[in-house]
Design a protein around this ligand. Structure first.
Ligand SMILES: C[S@@+](CC[C@H](N)C(=O)[O-])C[C@H]1O[C@@H](n2cnc3c(N)ncnc32)[C@H](O)[C@@H]1O
Ligand code: SF4
Length: 389
């Protein structure tokens, strides 16, 4: 058997491009049934095409055991546990799973049930990530979410009861109209659900979304940066007090074994193949991405062609910028050895400004302080700009 211990971890991402309805803030590559009507795209057509892309992937990469699988979306739970199990079986047949592989699927609370989670566990899924966003009904309404506040917590409990070892809840904070007390109630609900992982994202007003149009019309105020910063601190305080540690700026885990290894692969310059419409892939410095529309994606594969839309070979400077940008977001930080003289000097200045942790710096790593986490993009810019002067 080949020895894979010396190569970087290998992940498979599978993009499910279907949602029951589009949430007002979301610009992900996903389609509702009415948007797909007449295009010929369907969950079964998608599954057949993903199998064809998997064949292409094995022919390209060779049989290489997969360390992590992440089925994301869109709404994977919408296509049912049967199809999700078939996708995983196809990945297993094509590449094989490494011992102890992490296998995650995202799910929307309203399209899950105890039976759904039992089927997932039987198929080999080890982790479920649920979009909760908030426990406040008026915040869910602004976000145009369809589930009731309690459904996400109930779904997380059902997943654990079904034997899914790791469960995440996603929160969105600083939504217009959210109060500190709303966020406290959301955090209480998350902790009450007994999950081992929490992702919390500040609401981004993405161009072209219904939310952006409402903000432009003055129907809703734009999220406020100072409010978002205060809410981030509230989240970090509450989760830390409950025994969670941040391991990436927007992610907290209750133990080292609860971190999402698949996402760590993205942040640490790992290799992954993204299957499905619009999915991005990265192998040894080459990046490519698929055509976005599910009908076009299936048609290309049906004709025996690659679904790739375009690719780029990162230059040394681009790879360096990406490494700084991604690794600095991790609690493990960035080895100072990756920075040149001006970059290291900028890191010292950032530590003097309270943005990087001085003891970590003395030990050879750039690790964000909490203030630094709030200003992570600025610190990245400082380190990269200094290094490229
Ligand atoms: C693909 S979705 C998760 C699975 C599922 N579709 C759902 O919504 O429940 C990924 C996560 O990204 C976050 N997200 C998406 N758009 C966002 C935005 N504009 N601002 C902040 N967070 C966003 C949400 O927390 C969402 O749960
Ligand atoms: S947030 Fe999730 S459910 Fe809502 S539109 Fe985006 S992918 Fe679909």
């Amino acid at each position: 058997m080949a020895d894979w211990s010396s190569v970087p971890p290998f992940g498979i991402y599978v993009h499910v491009p279907f949602c029951a309805a589009r949430c007002g803030y979301c610009d992900f590559n996903t389609y509702t049934a009415s948007e797909l009507a007449g295009s010929g795209a369907s969950p079964d057509g998608w599954l057949a095409a993903v199998r064809q892309e998997l064949d292409l992937a094995v022919r390209t990469v060779g049989r290489r055991p997969v360390d992590t699988v992440f089925v994301g979306g869109g709404t994977p739970s919408l296509i049912g546990a049967g199809r999700l199990g078939e996708v995983l079986a196809a990945v297993r047949d094509a590449f094989g799973l490494a011992p102890g592989a992490e296998v995650t699927t995202e799910s929307n609370p309203e399209s899950t049930s105890p039976e759904f989670f039992a089927e997932l566990a039987a198929a080999g899924f080890t982790r479920v990530s649920l979009g909760m966003q908030s426990a406040a009904p008026h915040v869910l309404r602004v976000l145009e979410r369809r589930h009731t506040p309690g459904r996400a917590v109930a779904a997380a409990r059902e997943a654990r009861a079904a034997g899914i070892g790791h469960v995440n809840l996603d929160l969105i904070y600083a939504t217009p109209g959210e109060t500190d007390d709303d966020l406290r109630a959301s955090l209480d609900a998350v902790l009450d659900a007994g999950v081992d992982h929490v992702s919390a994202y500040s609401l981004i007003v993405e161009d072209g979304t219904a939310l952006a149009r409402r903000v432009a019309r003055g129907e809703l105020p734009a999220p406020d940066d100072d409010v978002a910063a205060a809410r981030y601190e509230l989240i970090d305080d509450r989760l830390t007090a409950a025994g969670f540690d941040w391991y990436e700026v927007s992610n907290w885990a209750s133990s080292p074994g609860a971190v999402c290894r698949h996402n760590i692969g993205y942040w640490r310059d790992g290799d992954w193949w993204g299957l499905g419409p619009g999915a991005h892939s990265h192998l040894a410095g080459v990046r490519w991405w698929n055509v976005k529309h599910p009908a076009r994606y299936a048609a290309l594969l049906g004709e025996g062609e690659s679904p790739e839309a375009d690719r780029e070979l990162l230059t040394g400077a681009e790879r360096h910028t990406e490494r700084v940008m991604l690794q600095l977001r991790l609690a493990s930080g960035l080895p100072l050895a990756l920075l040149d003289g001006p970059g290291a000097a900028a890191a010292t200045r950032a530590a003097d400004d309270g943005l990087l942790d001085p003891p970590a710096l003395a030990a050879g790593r750039a690790v964000l302080t909490r203030r630094g986490r709030l200003l992570a993009d600025r610190v990245v810019q400082q380190l990269v700009a200094a290094a490229s002067v």
